[in-house]
Ligand binder design. Structure first.
Ligand SMILES: [Zn+2]
Ligand SMILES: [Zn+2]
Length: 446
């Protein structure tokens, strides 16, 4: 597997003398497997040079798979400038997380409306197929892909690519789920307290290379909570806990010049010293070869299956909002109503339980501190119900209780996810999407 960085910057392209070594273009990574399968991870401004390079290589037709983490600007702005899309005969499959109400194709067409761009999506000459993903697995050529929801204020997917016995994981635009991560002491590391952080470690487990969001430093992080990005030091901790071999710090902040990135790499290396993890900052133009160990016979291109969602669907989910603070209920209602959900609300624990039993919602957003029964009690009672709809319903606890022990108590009571106040509405929206998709996938799998 050959990996090449064409864009390493996050949020905004930042070309200029201060970013010349690590690069100014936004997220774009080329992956080529030994069987020839071409996968492009994200289509930020770095895609411009990648496209020129592919066209110049003389390969015809150019067939590739474009895996988008999400459709924030810094991940799609290179799309209308990606030369292979303009050549008849080329074939591209484009993948991203299925949102609600709007098709991927329409989202990408949005940035190409004539007020913004002179060429429309429909005028691209290559054959382009669009695929909407949920969490799951599928194969692209010889490459086995696992897609997993990230923690970001826009529904985003990370991708784990495995081929010929080597593994690389691409995780950008992701923030740890808990503010509390286990300290690195001794040789052993405790498991993260938040179940979603534990799943993150599992997602990275044993990878030869992880390309990880590292937009902030630990020092900057307190003022960037809920922005959906990781401090580099915690990316190191997660990679260590997951037994990763090499870690590429990625999605560099536009404020981080080359000298500052050198300092960040140094402090991350000190953090990992003696633990068998190679840490570096991804640099534009850098190539990494991971030798595929198993001989791989080129496979017939398979149409992806499990993770491919079935087009846009009408939203019919019912969500119960339970919080004794009317401002929070109002905020959640304003955030979720435009998505077309059926929303129910309660201001105390007993009412929440009654409504849950009567209405069997698809998801509960539950406050911890409420009059009557508190959120944890409500959750414990639901988990003890024999009705599977109540027993298994995803419960997202929204709480001002910020301690690590509080988070542990929440999971012990059976909550599915633990979100600390204050939160961003966009963040809640993407968590709700993720849990409803997971619930649906679980129901289809039963
Ligand atoms: Zn980004
Ligand atoms: Zn983003």
């Amino acid at each position: 597997m050959r990996i090449r960085f064409w864009g390493t910057r996050g949020s905004l392209a930042k070309p200029g003398p201060s970013t010349i070594r690590y690069g100014g273009n936004t997220s774009c990574v080329e992956v080529r497997a030994a069987d020839g399968t071409l996968i492009v991870l994200d289509c930020g401004t770095g895609a411009h040079d990648l496209g020129r390079s592919l066209v110049a290589s003389g390969e015809r037709p150019i067939r590739g798979h474009l895996l988008l983490t999400h459709t924030h600007w810094d991940h799609i702005q290179g799309f209308p400038f990606f030369a292979p899309l303009f050549i008849p005969g080329n074939e591209w499959d484009v993948y991203a997380a299925q949102g609600l109400g709007q098709r991927l194709e329409d989202t990408l067409a949005g940035q190409m409306e004539y007020e913004y761009f002179p060429v429309t999506l429909g005028q691209l000459d290559a054959t382009i197929r669009y695929h909407e993903l949920s969490e799951g697995v599928f194969d692209l050529g010889a490459v086995h892909v696992t897609a997993r929801y990230l923690n970001h204020p826009g529904l985003a997917l990370g991708y784990r690519l495995e081929v010929g016995g080597v593994t690389m994981v691409y995780v950008t635009d992701h923030e740890p789920h808990s503010r509390h991560q286990p300290e690195l002491t001794g040789s052993a590391q405790m498991a993260p307290v938040h179940r979603e952080d534990q799943r993150h470690v599992e997602f990275l487990a044993g990878a030869d290379l992880v390309i990880h969001d590292a937009q902030y430093t630990l020092e900057e992080y307190p003022s960037k909570l809920t922005w959906g990005h990781s401090p580099a030091e915690l990316a190191v901790d997660f990679a260590l806990a997951a037994g990763v071999k090499r870690l590429a710090l990625f999605h560099h902040d536009p404020f981080r010049d080359d000298a500052a990135l050198d300092r960040l790499v140094e402090s991350c290396r000190r953090r990992a010293v003696g633990r068998g993890l190679d840490v570096f900052a991804a640099a534009e133009g850098q190539t990494i070869d991971l030798a595929e160990r198993d001989a791989v016979a080129p496979r017939v291109a398979m149409q992806p299956k499990a993770a491919i969602a079935k087009g846009v669907e009408a939203v019919s989910a019912t969500i119960l909002l339970a919080d004794d603070d009317p401002d929070i209920v109002r905020l959640l209602t304003m955030t979720l109503r435009p998505e077309g959900y059926r929303l129910l609300s309660a201001t105390d624990g007993n009412a929440a339980l009654e409504i849950a039993r009567a209405e069997r919602p698809d998801l509960l957003l539950l406050d911890w501190n409420m009059p009557g029964r508190d959120g944890l009690e409500v959750c414990r009672i639901l988990r003890a119900e024999s009705d599977p709809d109540l027993h298994n319903v995803p419960v997202v606890l929204l709480t001002a209780q910020v301690g690590a022990e509080d988070t542990a108590a929440g999971f012990a009571a059976g909550v599915t996810d633990y979100v600390t106040k204050p939160f961003k509405p966009t963040h809640i929206r993407s968590r709700v999407h993720a849990w409803l998709r997971r619930k649906r996938a679980g129901a289809e799998g039963r």
